[in-house]
Design a protein around this ligand. Sequence first.
Ligand code: FAD
Length: 315
Amino acid sequence: MDPSTVLRAGLLGISKSDKVKNLIENAPVSRGVVNRFVAGARTADAVSAVVGLQEDGRLATVDFLGEDTLDRRQASATRDAYLDLLSALSDRGLTANGAAEVSLKLSALGLALGADGEKLALEHARQVCELAATCGTTVTLDMEDYTTTDATLSVLRDLRADFPWVGAVLQAYLHRTESDCRDLATADSRVRLCKGAYKQPESVAYQSAHDVDLSYVRCLKVLMEGEGYPMVASHDPRLIAIASSLAGKNHREPDSFEYQMLYGIRPDEQRRLAKAGHQMRIYVPYGDQWYGYLVRRMAERPANTMFFLRAVATK
Ligand code: FAD
């Protein structure tokens, strides 16, 4: 077995162990790492993080941590957390013109809850969108593993009928994504393009980093040439340079697309892009479900382990 497979199996193993969870949650070194990648446990922590980002011209999309909910009450509680978050952001004047928006995982809103899961997640997402509209901001649907792509795009279509500004995430590692980009590169359509963070089978996804990067560039071309609003979610300097060049080639104004990065990753580059007049949005996770967020991200793809380890090493 190759080392990355062993690493992945090990990480997935500890992600299910309560004993290891307690150990890791209480270790001082973990808290340091968590504090770097997660804004905090409470709504107020997320609001403070957004205030800090806006101080130097960075936009935000806030994610209430949690996913794969198999409990109706939990799905409703997640919706309530988003309503509370939007109200708190709006009260502080942080949502004007979409400066701070929210990112939703449909699996946290009930998508996996049996036969009517999709309907339930749609209803919860709709309630979040209604309040977002009142607050003058937007909502983006995160993309999870490939088994949920069709359902997520179906919920997106339903939501966009009433809220045309709802955005979606597309993952460059999926074979289907170039075609999804063509479908979504329409007027007003907000599309966040990322590489993809889940371990996916060869039948549906490119496996090598090189092939994923090539697909990312093909998808980016489609989005930049299209009529929508591309959101370039990557920390990869080569892809950021290519995005900038494609934006120029397609005569895009700086307000017709944006860059996005994760909270705590390459903060100096985030500030540099914002200072240079680009729209730079930061994905801000908060909540006490951080253990799964960090460990699963590391386990899902060996590249993610390096992603977090590199960040810790450059602390
Ligand atoms: P990587 O391949 O991780 O890194 C490429 C290069 O970037 C590295 O070689 C290095 O040069 C540079 N780099 C990376 N990290 C650092 C660092 N810490 N310090 C210095 N240089 C560094 N995935 C999903 O599947 N679904 C989603 O809904 C989703 N939403 C996302 C939202 C946002 C805003 C972002 C930024 C990512 C999201 N992701 C999502 C995760 C994404 O799919 C990738 O797993 C993650 O962004 C890592 O890919 P990368 O493009 O940054 O490149």
